[in-house]
Design a protein around this ligand. Structure first.
Ligand SMILES: [Zn+2]
Length: 162
C-alpha cells in the first residue's frame, strides 16, 4: 500500500490539492516545477524508481538535496543492526551518517547507482559547509538523462555488487 498525503506546494491559488506519496513533498507536477527532476522507473534493470533531469545541469550544479537525519555511526548501527546496511545512509565523516530512509522529502535518494547500467555516474554527493548533502553534477546532465550516483564501496558491498 502506498501511503499518501497532500502535496505541499502552495501557489497564488492556494495549496495544491493533489495527493503525493509520503516520500515526496510535492505531487509529480510540482516536483517537476520545483526541482526540475522527476521520479519514474529507472533505466537500470531491477533498480525500481530512478531520478531524471528535466533540464540541463552543468558540471558543479546542485541537482537535488539528499536530505536525512544526522546520526552518529553508533546510532546508525543500532538502528540497522539487523540489516547489512540501511541502504539510504551516507557517511558524512568518520563519526556521522546521514540516514534518508525516513525523511519525507528525500528526492535525492531516488538517484540510482550506476552499476548495472552501461552509463557512468553523473552526480556525486558533496557535503556543504552546513552538513547538507547535495547531489552535485560531475558533468553535463541533459534533459531526460537519468541521474546516476556512485554509492561507494561500502554501499556496493551492502547491496551485493561485489
Ligand atoms: Zn502539487
Amino acid at each position: 500500500m502506498r501511503v499518501t498525503r497532500r502535496c505541499a506546494f502552495s501557489g497564488s491559488n492556494g495549496r495544491c490539492k493533489r495527493k503525493t506519496t509520503i516520500t515526496h513533498p510535492y505531487c509529480g507536477q510540482h516536483t517537476r516545477i520545483a526541482f526540475s527532476v522527476e521520479v519514474k522507473k529507472s533505466g537500470i534493470p531491477k533498480a525500481g524508481l530512478g531520478l531524471f533531469a528535466l533540464k540541463t545541469f552543468k558540471k558543479g550544479d546542485k541537482v537535488v538535496e539528499y536530505k536525512g537525519e544526522r546520526l552518529t555511526v553508533d546510532e546508525y548501527d543500532r538502528r540497522y543492526h539487523h540489516e547489512a546496511m540501511g541502504s539510504y545512509g551516507i557517511q558524512l565523516d568518520e563519526k556521522h551518517v546521514l540516514d534518508a530512509r525516513k525523511t519525507t522529502s528525500g528526492l535525492g535518494r531516488y538517484a540510482c547507482d550506476y552499476h548495472g547500467s552501461r552509463k557512468q555516474p553523473n552526480v556525486e554527493y558533496l557535503i556543504d559547509f552546513d552538513d547538507r548533502i547535495w547531489l552535485t553534477a560531475t558533468r553535463t546532465i541533459r534533459r531526460g538523462d537519468e541521474i546516476l550516483a556512485d554509492y561507494g564501496e561500502e554501499m556496493h558491498r551492502a547491496l551485493g555488487f561485489d
